[in-house]
Design a protein. Structure first.
Length: 241
């Protein structure tokens, strides 16, 4: 139901983009490859960590609390004189860890979060002069999260572990500004900065009959990875015929 609703919004946006791509006045196509850095709010996952710490009978410590980390993306745009339409696919990750160790053994509780996204990006040209382009845009993304809960306890030589995977489909809306510098007529470098707002979705375990990650009140823990997004990349232009 949640995934179907997200797919519906993405589907309408794709239809608009494809309608624009069929226009006859396009100047060029371009492709880019970006490496970025992203921060993540994930308020309910942070509360879940706090709940785990309260439940421990030993003084554990949260050594990772969903920090900023690298992202990777590839995209393609079709360019008009004053606006662009594009697709982008990308990958990112973050995670949390609770840790404790003493002479008798150790405890490691990981919350590992990976995601892939498909984004559709309309933008307008704010400035264009001497090979310098500045665009303002809005990226609408379908984000598929994979959350792995991995717990491991070692006491002397005895090891107990569990590994459960949860899925979540979120929508992201990222207003951003992109600055691009052309190098000749074929290549360019660019930088992008923005803030992504994500909706709030619960997790589901596909191999556990619809089970979800629960908090201390047995309520679902939702994923919501809003945060700042920065990236830099290179690309090349396919000239129009």
């Amino acid at each position: 139901m949640l995934i179907r609703r997200a797919n519906g919004i993405i589907g309408y946006t794709i239809a608009i983009v494809l309608a624009g791509f069929t226009g006859s006045h396009a100047q060029s196509w371009d492709m880019h490859f970006n490496v970025g850095f992203a921060s993540y709010s994930h308020p309910e996952l942070r509360k879940y960590q706090e709940y785990l710490l309260r439940e421990l009978i030993v003084p554990g410590e949260a050594t990772e609390t969903f920090p900023p980390y690298f992202t990777f993306a590839v995209g393609v745009n079709k360019n008009w004189a004053q606006w662009k339409l594009g697709f982008e696919v990308g990958h990112g990750s973050t995670g949390g860890r609770i840790y404790y160790q003493d002479y008798s053994g150790k405890l490691v509780a990981d919350q590992l979060l990976y995601y892939n996204y498909l984004g559709i990006t309309p933008s307008v040209v704010l400035h264009k002069n001497d090979g310098l382009l500045i665009n303002a845009g809005l990226k609408v993304s379908l984000i598929l999260h994979n959350l792995v809960i991995r717990n491991k306890i070692k006491i002397q030589n005895d090891v107990t572990s569990e590994d459960v995977k949860f899925l979540s489909g979120n929508l992201g809306f990222q207003p951003h500004v992109r600055v691009r510098r052309n190098i000749g007529s074929t290549f360019f470098v660019q930088g992008t900065a923005g803030y992504e707002l994500q909706d709030r979705r619960e997790t589901l375990a596909p191999d556990k009959n619809g089970a979800y990650l629960a908090d201390e009140n047995s309520e679902p823990v939702h994923l919501q990875g809003s945060g700042f997004r920065f990236s830099a990349g290179v690309g090349f232009v396919f000239p129009s015929k």
